[in-house]
Design a protein. Structure first.
Length: 450
């Protein structure tokens, strides 16, 4: 359907939008009966597949018992049970965590922004307001989260509305912003955080926010092993909260409960959404380490933030059932094992296709960077919109992949593709993904004026 004829304000006028009407396992079907292997889980959301009866039953039972209650006034059992479950999922170093509920990743990160500020305010440091983010990052589309994020194409129009938050370059070893090589670089990407903090004054900085594995703006860029330990050290040195955005990397997608656990580092705040309810109902959470909520409890005693649908009973029932299903079927471990196989197959694809410059990721959070010349890493011209063309071609071939929404080199140039399939994919699905990826990339590049 075209945006010009639809009553829905879709993303791009003039673009044709397929209408999906059914999902089954790792497949989705459009209104014409065509089947697609969903190698992006909707958009990193569908992690246990469509049609899981345990989740559907939990939602139905909750809806028939209590459809809604306002979480700012009363408690509901579904929210409490999910919060208890998340206490067991949180990294042990966070202590006795408490969870704030919302409906999406942007809301969870907006809550992290405000609660990080309140943490410092309660402790007598009201000037610690700014959050340092990274370029080529994404934390949501509200004014606050766009201000923290570094997705330049989405910031540009709204620049005059954004908060004055600083940014540092990402840990992007394939294209080091300083032209250095790991490990001789000395992790300049991490040291940049200290430079910016001292330049602006630690008395003005509330926190640093980062996606452990960088998401759709860079398609699964993985920092070096020393990066997050250095970040944690710098945050501790200057009394800055370390906020990890696990909206995409959380709930087992990288082969661990949380992506940050690959680096053995404990954050102060975790945000996650997408996969926490498997796509069955909108749900997001902001998990506070004990030191954060204790500062509020021992200070004013009141949380200065709330959402109407935060802790919605049916959504929380879906979230709890999803986590229980992941645990029962050992899907975190499966994501780690299956991800290694898919990554290896994509490395083989790189050997076959000279236009794949880099393959990366952890677990079932994987990315491909496309280049015009592998030896020089020259990108394709942005005006070719190569990633978007491959995304569309893959759809025609029965595969959902996700094209990067902006250039990962300088915010303009650089094409990349992302794969974030359900944890339930098997060897046959992996073969289909790789086969159709190769076919789709080749078909599009063969049409380009190389």
């Amino acid at each position: 359907m075209s945006n010009l004829s639809s009553p829905v304000l879709l993303g791009h006028f003039g673009k044709h939008y397929r209408t999906f009407v059914r999902g089954e396992g790792v497949y989705v079907y459009d209104e014409e009966g065509n089947r697609y292997l969903d190698a992006i889980g909707g958009v990193g959301v569908v992690n246990i597949g469509h049609g899981v009866t345990e989740v559907l039953r939990a939602m139905s039972e909750q809806a028939s018992t209590l459809a809604y209650s306002y979480g700012g006034l009363v408690e509901n059992p579904a929210r409490r049970r999910l919060a208890e479950k998340l206490q067991g999922w949180a990294p042990p170093g966070m202590g006795n965590v408490k969870t704030f509920f919302s409906s999406g990743g942007a809301e969870a990160n907006e809550a992290a922004l405000k609660l990080a500020y309140q943490y410092h305010w309660e402790r007598g440091h009201p000037t610690k307001r700014q959050i340092i983010g990274r370029w080529q990052s994404y934390h949501g589309n509200t004014i606050g989260t766009l201000s923290m994020g570094g997705r330049t194409s989405w910031r540009r129009m709204h620049q005059g509305l954004l908060l004055d938050f600083p940014h540092i370059p990402p840990p992007y070893c394939y294209r080091c912003p300083w032209g250095k090589t790991y490990p001789e670089c000395g992790l300049q990407c991490a040291l940049e955080l200290r430079r910016v903090v001292t330049q602006l004054g630690p008395e003005n900085i509330a926190g640093f926010i980062a996606e452990p594995v960088i998401g759709t703006s860079m398609s699964a860029v993985v920092p070096p092993p020393e990066y997050y330990p250095m970040v944690r050290e710098i945050c501790d040195e200057f009394d800055i909260l370390f906020i990890v955005d696990e909206v995409m990397s959380g709930v087992g997608r990288t082969g661990k409960n949380w992506g940050i656990e690959h680096w053995g580092v404990t954050p102060d705040i975790i945000t996650t959404a997408k996969g926490i309810s498997g796509g069955y109902s909108p749900l997001a959470v902001t998990i506070l380490a004990e030191k954060v909520w204790q500062a509020i409890a021992q200070g004013s005693g009141g949380v200065m933030h709330s959402y109407t649908f935060g802790g919605h009973p049916v959504s929380c029932a879906a979230g709890l059932a999803t986590l229980e299903y992941i645990e029962e079927h050992q899907l975190v471990e499966r994501a780690a094992q299956t991800g290694e196989i898919l990554l290896a197959r994509l490395q083989e694809l790189k050997d076959e296709l000279p236009y794949i410059g880099d393959v990366r990721g952890k677990g079932l959070f994987l990315g491909i960077e496309l280049v015009r010349d592998r030896s020089t890493k020259e990108p394709f011209p942005p005006e070719w919109q190569l990633g978007e063309k491959i995304e569309e071609q893959a759809l025609d071939n029965g595969l959902l992949v996700l094209a990067g929404v902006e250039g990962l080199i300088d915010g303009v140039a650089g094409d990349h593709l992302e794969l974030v399939p359900p944890y339930t994919i098997d060897g046959g699905h992996i073969s289909t993904i790789v086969e159709l990826m190769q076919k789709s990339i080749s078909q599009v590049i063969d049409r380009m004026p190389l």
